[in-house]
Write a new protein. Structure first.
Length: 252
């Protein structure tokens, strides 16, 4: 969801990874960016009510019972370029607050994507996080964006590649995400979203260890506030069983 336009989704989210894990951002990017000079704030939050697996790596945050979140700050630079930053955090099942480092991103996209039938872009992210959140302190994400829209239908694909830049295992994971949405009106949207992480691109994880989760999501865009809510259920033993998410967005 980009601030100023709703994410068109009530969705199926397939989140796949080698083991269950928390995510500070559960979202499909739609290539919509802030106009030049506009600043925006989004608050991402999700609560893993019940996890189907342990932490993703030794010493990692156990997803079950944890709340994961991040404020996201974004600034439009040109009609096709936006920069942003995240400050992830988690509240553990024991109630402890844990800061999650910092993530920086840059997004280049087709201008005025919300007005186009076919739209595209790419988001590149660089992150540094403590051991509790990731197996390698330095990581990068490359997220291409391909979308097609013919109201009331919208389809978006994010074939994401996650790259570990430090640590003993500098893997490259393939983690595609997709969304099929029904645009009810200019302010409401429902649809299907799909996220996946199949593991290292040279050797995918076995299907039972991959995470696949389905989320039902509804989006509403208001004059002062955008809201995206959802509830998700895992499909594999490696998935989080039940997760709820909420995204609030303001254009400033």
């Amino acid at each position: 969801m980009r601030v100023g336009r709703p994410l068109a989704a009530l969705g199926w989210l397939f989140l796949a990874s080698s083991v269950a894990r928390g995510a500070d951002e559960i979202q499909v990017y739609n290539a919509e960016i802030n106009p030049p000079g506009r600043f925006s704030l989004q608050l991402h939050g999700n609560y893993v009510a019940r996890a189907g697996a342990a932490a993703g790596f030794p010493g990692g945050l156990a997803p079950g019972g944890a709340f994961n979140g991040t404020p996201e700050f974004a600034l439009g630079v040109t009609d096709s370029w936006e920069v942003g930053a995240y400050l992830p955090y988690a509240v553990t099942r024991d109630g402890d607050f844990e800061p999650g480092g910092v993530k920086l991103r840059t997004l280049v996209a087709s201008p005025h994507a919300h007005e186009r039938r076919f739209f595209y872009g790419v988001n590149v992210e660089l992150s540094h996080q403590p051991r509790l959140f990731t197996g390698s302190h330095w990581n990068s994400e490359i997220r291409p964006i391909l979308g097609w829209r013919r109201p009331p239908v919208e389809f978006i694909l994010n074939p994401i590649v996650d790259v570990a830049l430090s640590g003993p295992r500098r893997t490259i994971d393939f983690a595609p995400a997709a969304r099929l949405a029904y645009l009810v009106s200019s302010t409401w949207a429902f649809g299907l979203e799909h996220y996946a992480d199949f593991g290292p691109i040279d050797r995918f994880d076995p299907p039972r260890r991959q995470v696949q989760e389905i989320f039902l999501v509804a989006d509403h865009s208001g004059k002062a506030l955008d809201v995206d809510v959802g509830i998700g259920h895992g499909l594999t033993p490696g998935s989080n069983d039940w997760t709820a998410k909420l995204i609030l967005g303001w254009a400033l």
